[in-house]
Design a protein around this ligand. Structure first.
Ligand SMILES: [Zn+2]
Length: 302
C-alpha cells in the first residue's frame, strides 16, 4: 500500500514538474515572440515619445535613431543631391518666404540635442505665419484653412494626429518625413489636421496637413497661428544637426493648388477635386526640374 502511494505520489510530482516546465517553456517562447514583435515595430514615433518622456539616455536614443534611419538612408541613397541643388516647394499653399517670422531671424539652434529633452532653450526652426487675428486657424484674407504641403519628396516616418487640448506636449499634431534629396528630416508642428500616415511616400507639393494651433504654447492666445518647420541634416554617421533652411525657403516655389497624396481615399479626393486642376502642371514641373537636376548632376559629376 505504502509502495503504491509512494509511486502515485512520485508520479503526481513528476507530472506537476512536467506541467510547470511546459508552462515555463510556453511563457519563454511567447515572451520572445512579443519581444521580437516589439523590436520590429519600434519606430521613429516611439523613439520620439521615449525621448520626450526621458525613458532613454541620450546615448541610447542616438543609437536607436541610427538603427531606424540607416535603412532609409541606404534605400534612397541614389536620390541624394548636393544641398546647392535642392529646390523646395514652399510649405504653405499660396504663400512665400515673406510669411517666415522675423525675416528668417527666428532660427536659434545653439544647444539643440534631438535626443535630450531636458535641453529646450533653442528654436532650430522657422515659424511661418498666416494672418489669423481671431485665432480660428483660417486665413483672415479668404476665411479658408491653409494647406500645408511637402517641401520635397520623401517618406513619412512619424505622425501625431490626436493631440488634445491640455496635453503638455509642445509640438501638437505633427509630421516628420525623410527627404530623399537632402537625406535629412523635416518636422512640421502645430497642425490642425494631418493628412498623411506613417510609411507613406509623398511627393513635393502634396498636402500633408493644415496650419493649426495645436501644441501647449501654440494654443495660447499670445501665439500667432503658424507652422513650425525644422530641417535636420544627417551626416554620414547619421548624426542629426538642425539646418537654417531660410535660403531654401527664399528660393522655394509657391504652389497654388495642393496635390492630393496618393493613398487618400476616393471620398477625400472628391472633396479636393475642385482644387486639383493644376495637379498635372505641378507634377510636370517637378519632372522637368528632376531632369534639369539630372543634367546638371551629369555635367558637374556630383
Ligand atoms: Zn517654432
Amino acid at each position: 500500500m505504502y509502495y503504491i502511494c509512494l509511486n502515485k505520489f512520485t508520479f503526481i510530482t513528476v507530472l506537476n514538474k512536467l506541467l510547470l516546465l511546459s508552462c515555463l517553456l510556453l511563457l519563454t517562447i511567447s515572451c520572445q515572440a512579443q519581444s521580437e514583435k516589439n523590436n520590429s515595430a519600434y519606430d521613429f514615433r516611439d523613439l520620439l515619445v521615449d525621448i520626450r518622456e526621458e525613458k532613454l539616455s541620450p546615448e541610447m536614443a542616438g543609437e536607436k535613431f541610427k538603427s531606424i534611419l540607416k535603412p532609409l538612408r541606404q534605400k534612397y541613397a541614389d536620390q541624394m543631391l548636393d544641398s546647392s541643388e535642392v529646390q523646395l516647394i514652399f510649405p504653405l499653399k499660396s504663400k512665400n518666404y515673406r510669411a517666415v517670422g522675423g525675416k528668417g531671424k527666428g532660427f536659434y539652434a545653439r544647444q539643440f540635442n534631438l535626443f535630450d529633452h531636458s535641453i529646450s532653450k533653442s528654436h532650430p526652426a522657422h515659424d511661418i505665419f498666416i494672418y489669423d487675428l481671431n485665432r480660428d486657424c483660417k486665413d483672415d484674407n479668404d476665411n479658408q484653412y491653409v494647406d500645408v504641403v511637402a517641401v520635397n519628396s520623401g517618406e513619412v516616418i512619424a505622425v501625431e494626429n490626436n493631440w488634445q487640448e491640455g496635453d503638455a506636449y509642445k509640438g501638437g499634431n505633427y509630421v516628420w518625413f525623410y527627404d530623399y534629396q537632402t537625406g535629412g528630416l523635416w518636422y512640421y508642428a502645430h497642425l490642425r489636421e494631418v493628412y498623411v500616415s506613417m510609411g507613406q511616400k509623398i511627393h513635393a507639393g502634396d498636402k500633408i496637413g493644415e496650419v493649426g494651433r495645436t501644441g501647449f504654447n501654440a494654443l495660447t492666445n499670445r501665439s500667432d497661428t503658424h507652422l513650425h518647420l525644422m530641417h535636420l541634416s544627417l551626416d554620414t554617421d547619421l548624426n542629426p544637426r538642425p539646418i537654417n533652411h531660410y535660403e531654401w525657403l527664399k528660393s522655394a516655389q509657391t504652389v497654388y493648388t495642393a496635390q492630393i497624396p496618393e493613398n487618400r481615399s476616393v471620398k477625400d479626393v472628391e472633396v479636393f477635386k475642385l482644387q486639383s486642376k493644376s495637379l498635372n502642371d505641378i507634377k510636370l514641373a517637378g519632372k522637368n526640374r528632376s531632369k534639369d537636376i539630372a543634367r546638371k548632376t551629369l555635367r558637374t559629376g556630383k
